[in-house]
Design a protein around this ligand. Structure first.
Ligand code: A3P
Length: 273
């Protein structure tokens, strides 16, 4: 109930701020906020507020582990603490830094169809009219004048997942990295969350009762007892209609990269080609 959740936020005897035992490392626009809020349905999970950006920003990292710990919520000894900072996934220094804190930490990476993720990334980058971004179309940014895909465009390079995953697997064993299917978290959150509960060593608590489909939003919303909560409007934005020939070009471009990812992970996401 709401009371239960308020209760969990208070400072109780035997609670303390603990370093996270699990981190959502990315990917940006993969569904990182949905994943963290959904895991927080579990009574054995506490979450950090906002995005902490400890391992990817040198000024924060230099503040040391005590600073990081103080950014964490109070938790009971039987709870696990989770934080999410999506830029960890693409920042080269981060895997070694996390390993230096805790070499047995559990890592969660949520990935989505890379073409849709790139469009989502573009949509976010152009969502703030005050940010003085160019109003160039996705098509203009993603395809070079010679007709090839612009691999230097950030939404494309971030979606080239295998280039980033390699760095994590150089530092951590495969079993410590759980790759969440972000497309499935949208369509069938419970099945995906049950697998994550197992990975995190949690009892299976999150079930169909915790969700209802909101037709207006077009996404599942969360149910904490009698309290319903949808993610903010910035989650589940309307995407521009991208010219089908450009989508096809991107699908063709990503098919070889996706195959490399499936090979390195030993996990096939079946993204459209
Ligand atoms: P879009 O807004 O492009 O649809 P992140 O939190 O990493 O920025 O990811 C945002 C994405 O989370 C959204 O991208 C949306 O597709 C996805 N998402 C997954 N489950 C969701 C949910 N239940 N409600 C809203 N968005 C959800």
């Amino acid at each position: 109930t709401q009371d239960d959740r308020a209760y969990r936020r208070l400072r109780f005897p035997k609670t303390s701020r603990r370093l996270p035992q699990a981190i959502i490392i990315g990917v940006r626009k993969g569904g990182t906020r949905a994943l963290l809020e959904m895991l927080f349905l579990h009574k054995s999970v506490q979450k950090a507020n906002g995005e902490v950006h400890f391992f990817d920003r040198d000024d924060n990292y230099e503040r040391g582990l005590d600073w990081y710990r103080r950014r964490m919520p109070y938790s009971f000894p039987n709870q696990i603490t989770i934080e999410k900072s999506p830029s960890y996934f693409v920042t080269p220094e981060v895997p070694e830094r996390i390993k230096a804190m805790n070499s047995s930490i559990k890592l969660l990476l949520i990935l989505r169809d890379p073409v849709i993720r790139a469009i989502s990334d573009y949509t976010q980058l152009h969502s703030n009219p005050l940010a003085n971004r160019s109003s160039r179309s996705f098509e203009q940014l993603v395809v070079k004048p010679d007709g090839t895909v612009n691999t230097n465009y950030r939404p494309v390079s971030v979606s080239t997942y295998h280039n980033h995953v390699y760095r994590w697997l150089d530092v951590f064993p495969r079993e410590q990295l759980f790759v969440v299917n972000g497309d499935r978290l949208i369509t069938n959150p419970v099945s995906e969350l049950n697998r994550i509960e197992t990975f995190l060593g949690l009892e299976h608590r999150i079930g169909a009762d915790n969700f209802y489909f909101n037709r207006t939003k077009g996404f599942y919303c969360l149910r904490y007892g009698p309290v319903d909560k949808c993610l903010k409007e910035t989650k589940g934005r309307k995407h521009p209609d991208v010219r089908p020939s450009v989508v096809a070009k991107l699908r063709e471009h990503f098919s070889q990269h996706n195959q490399k990812l499936y090979d390195v992970l030993g996990q096939d996401f079946g993204w459209p080609e």
